[in-house]
Design a protein around this ligand. Sequence first.
Ligand SMILES: [Zn+2]
Length: 119
Amino acid sequence: MSILEPETPVLVTDLRHYLTPDMRLPDDLPGPALRLARFQGAIVEWVTIWDLIPPIGTNVACRRRPGRRPCSGTVRAEVVENGTAIAWDCPVCGDAGWIEGWQGTPWDRSGEAFDDGSG
Ligand SMILES: [Zn+2]
């Protein structure tokens, strides 16, 4: 059971669309796009570092500002679609999205050895 209900309209993003061919964020990326890229990148980092299934809490604060106040929620995320996509949502305000094309981006930490500080 995914955290995302099928009828929920979600933001679907291919992370590669933000990036230059050499996988960098372009210097001229508009602010809102830059913030969204970093927000979604942080979710990808968390999920690929910890490789946790099913839905997990992340350390990523919700990006929404309902009523001009920052949402108090923290994003939940999970790997879906046989590992090809990452679904996320905010349990407080219901913001939700779907991230594709994250493999090989600077935020993709899968396959990296986790540095626990002992080495
Ligand atoms: Zn929220």
